[in-house]
Design a protein around this ligand. Sequence first.
Ligand code: EPZ
Length: 427
Amino acid sequence: MEIIRVEGGHALGGTVEVAGAKNSALKLMAATLLAPGVTTLTNVPNISDVHIMGKVLKRLGSTIEVVDEHTLIIDTSNVSTWEAPYELVAKMRASTAVMGPLIGRFGKAVIAMPGGCNIGARKMDLHILGLEALGVQFENDHGYLHAEAPDGLKGTTVSLAFPSVGATENLIMAAVRARGTTVIDNAAREPEIVDLVRMLNEMGARITGGGTPVIEIEGVEELHPVQHRVVGDRIEAGTFLVAGALTGDELEVTGFAPIHLAMVLKKLELMGVQVEQTATGAIVRRTGKILPTDIQTLPFPGFPTDMQAQVLTLAALAQGSSVITENIFENRFMLASELMRMGADIRIEGHHALVRGVDGFSGAQVASPDLRGGAALVLAGLVADGVTDVSAIHHIDRGYENFVEKLRGIGAHVERLTVPDDDDSDF
Ligand code: EPZ
């Protein structure tokens, strides 16, 4: 079994550069299906979720060449099927991002219904309602969603009941090939949506309003392949900024746009962290105590749910009590019980975490509950007394490239080890 072993109490310092955004790269890869030919994506993170999306595209008939680890050359000329198989969708829910482009290209798609994951049900109803408005008919058969637009796609106005990131993306990637104009009202505004809109417009789409709640898409006959650089990963950046906030040492994080993390930077300042924005990122340092603050996760530009675990860890060491409310996913506080094994004092009441700051963590054996919770446990280990062993680190590998190497590069005493699994004998 692989673990990440962290020895607490070591100062951090220097500069760490983040990779391209996982939550953009996966959708940009899916969008290549809309433009038969050779697309080049640069600044692609080398993470397991990207590898799975690569498998999905290959299964559909694409070829993919990896150049220098961060450049993908994707040829979708010969894509001839439109089915995303269960074994890949089950591994990664984001595989459903191929639904919009497949419908846009072929007028149909067959997508395995994604199971829930450990943070919530992860439903698809908003995707389905929106695409039905465009003329898509759905049938749920044996765990597969069969989508078909018998009369083609016709532009219309779609109002999303919730600004779902995935639903907004799938709708955009279908609407670019619809007859007429589509307006998405109450659209998600995340920076990754803006990155997708930017690439689609480079491909010949006519989309306005990306990053605002109203996105207008004028359908076009065809899209052509391009070269596009993936936007920097704001969540990876926020994760390292919290590492610096925890240890208090001066730490520079580069490779992302601070405006994409404005609410997080503001909350860090309220928690007693000095934040200096730079042209390519931000520098954090802390001289005084960590201060408590209340946080509500919300759709962008609100506080991002993907930074909730990291800031929960910081609040657990604050001088006072904080209330952290998770409004996006129904089960995203699993980190709390692992942090309590390290000495945190957290009580979960529904979708609120009541956090009473403690003086410090003690190192312990803990298990990653999910991607961001796993990263947060490694961060907790950085300031814990003694050694922390974090298991189930496959979760972390989904979204963090070279996480251990990057932490070592800024002074952390952390290593990736293989330890024997509990023996499976009966006694
Ligand atoms: C994307 O997931 C991200 N994943 C998530 O990041 C992120 O937490 C989330 O957006 C919110 O920002 C990728 O981009 C690959 P949603 P997505 O559709 O698109 C409910 C990470 O750690 N909902 O905005 O699935 C849903 O159940 C991951 O990198 C419906 O009810 O997010 C959830 O409670 C975790 N019906 C909420 O909306 C639907 O049809 C937000 O979902 C769709 C969603």
